[in-house]
Ligand binder design. Structure first.
Ligand SMILES: C[S@@+](CC[C@H](N)C(=O)[O-])C[C@H]1O[C@@H](n2cnc3c(N)ncnc32)[C@H](O)[C@@H]1O
Length: 437
């Protein structure tokens, strides 16, 4: 068993565990936590997965910064040199004559150069005889000192001292190439590219998958799913938006270009061969057949409307009327408000029916930051076919947050299940409704 330290960027911290566990599951990486993940900037685990799988994990993650082979994990500064001395790694022959460097970093405490040098001298007994190469060494060793997370209470001595060998950096810097600033087609609620990729990771999307976003908007989630190799498709009720006929979302731009579309976005990243289609459709009325074998999806990722910056509508009318046959062609149906509870009930029912076993639905739920009525355990019971995998919160403002939920289908769907789902959804809806007040 090798011990590892996964070091994270200081961003979207609440999503780290969900992303790590999802990618590990996708890549069939068995692991055990050395200590339960917490608000520390690292996750420590052991695994026999080997370098290649871990390299793949690092090429997918958008939250982790670097992966290290963990040599020692000390909680006492005085004990630390002894722990290093006792580490079997230090005597391995490959390190003896290779060039190397040792980097020292304090988390939540800036260490002076003199302090860093002193810390390196503390472990000068290391049996490394190779050249010190600060630019391009064969091996890079890292001494991390963790001084807690509270910038207002910086500890005198570190809580944890970790000595490790650097293995891989992640590709998270590549996310900038998906920046919405350069995106051909955006709308008012286009999803931030890092969050879109995070959703694809939590949904375990991989090459050849078939992925749908039922509230597709400008298709940001399709871009991330296609980047992970999926064939993508979406639906949205807003004809004008999908056809690039709404007002431009960029303040400085007066008119949209003629070719603004989701397909253009995919072309922009050379992902057009992953595009299946986008259909104008109301998610409250699924149009895929409900008899015979159901359409099977590998994943559904979506950001349903919150009713703040975009409308929540479904086809319907308060009145009862019949449209004469001769007027059906070209008829534009009237719409009524699509309540938040119906949106989630329909989405879960759709996912229960159309996901393959093991397939994931990853979706956002708006929530008030006033936690008094938060009870997301309730969503664990949302549909008998689905089980909750992760719930992670993103604070949007003092009063508003949103929660990213991932659920996984684990048993086959039968229509009988919709009955029990109705009851569960009523409770689930009550909780979501409360948060809207
Ligand atoms: C939050 S936006 C999605 C943004 C999208 N993820 C993006 O990156 O552009 C929600 C979308 O749901 C659509 N919508 C609202 N009601 C709908 C319905 N009944 N069926 C399908 N789409 C609907 C809206 O038109 C809007 O585009």
């Amino acid at each position: 068993m090798t011990a590892y330290m996964l070091w994270f960027a200081n961003h979207l911290n609440a999503f780290r565990v969900a992303e790590f566990e999802s990618l590990a599951s996708l890549l069939a990486i068995d692991f055990q936590y050395i200590e339960e993940p917490s608000d520390k900037p690292f996750i420590l685990f052991t695994s026999e997965a080997g370098d290649e799988k871990l390299r793949q994990l690092m090429s997918r993650t958008v939250l982790a910064r670097s992966l290290y082979e963990l040599w020692t994990n000390s909680s006492d500064l005085d004990q630390f040199p002894e722990d290093v001395r006792n580490s079997p790694h230090i005597h391995l022959p490959q390190y003896k004559w290779s060039s190397f460097r040792i980097q020292v970093e304090g988390y939540n405490k800036k260490l002076s150069i003199a302090a860093k040098v002193e810390k390196i001298e503390n472990i000068a007994f290391l049996p490394f005889e190779g050249k010190i190469d600060l630019r391009d060494p064969n091996y890079s060793f890292h001494l991390f000192e963790y001084y807690g997370n509270n910038p207002n209470e910086i500890l005198e001595t570190p809580q944890q001292i970790l000595f490790s060998r650097h293995l891989f950096d992640s590709n998270r810097k590549n996310v900038s190439k998906f920046s919405l600033k350069q995106r051909k087609f955006i709308a008012n609620t286009s999803m931030d590219p890092m969050l879109a990729l995070l959703m694809a990771n939590i949904a375990k999307i991989s090459s050849g998958d078939m992925v749908v976003d039922p509230f597709v908007g400008s298709g940001s989630l399709l871009v991330s799913a296609a980047y992970c190799g999926a064939y993508v498709m979406g639906t949205d009720i807003d004809y004008k938006l999908i056809h690039g006929l709404t007002k431009p979302s960029r303040a400085s731009v007066k008119e949209r270009d003629a070719d603004e579309s989701i397909l253009s976005n995919l072309k922009q990243y050379n992902l057009q061969n992953r595009y299946l289609d986008v259909i104008i459709a109301d998610s409250s009325q699924p149009f895929w057949r409900t008899t015979g074998p159901a359409l099977q999806l590998d994943a559904i990722i979506t950001d349903p409307p919150y009713g703040k910056r975009e409308s929540r509508e479904r086809v319907g009318s308060e009145r009862q009327y019949t449209i004469p046959d001769e007027l059906i062609d070209g008829h534009i149906p009237s719409k009524v408000e699509y309540s938040i509870c119906d949106i989630f009930g329909d989405l879960l029912a759709f996912s229960a029916r159309h996901l393959k076993i093991g397939g994931r639905l990853v979706f956002w739920v708006p929530f008030s930051a006033d936690k008094t009525d938060t009870n997301f355990d309730i969503s664990r019971e949302c549909h008998p076919c689905l089980r909750v995998i992760s719930i992670s919160e993103q604070q949007l403002s003092t009063y508003m947050s949103r929660i990213l939920i991932s659920v996984e289908k684990f048993i086959e769907y039968t229509e009988m299940m919709d009955k029990s789902c109705d009851n569960n959804n009523k409770t689930h809806n009550k909780s979501i409704n409360n948060s809207e007040k």
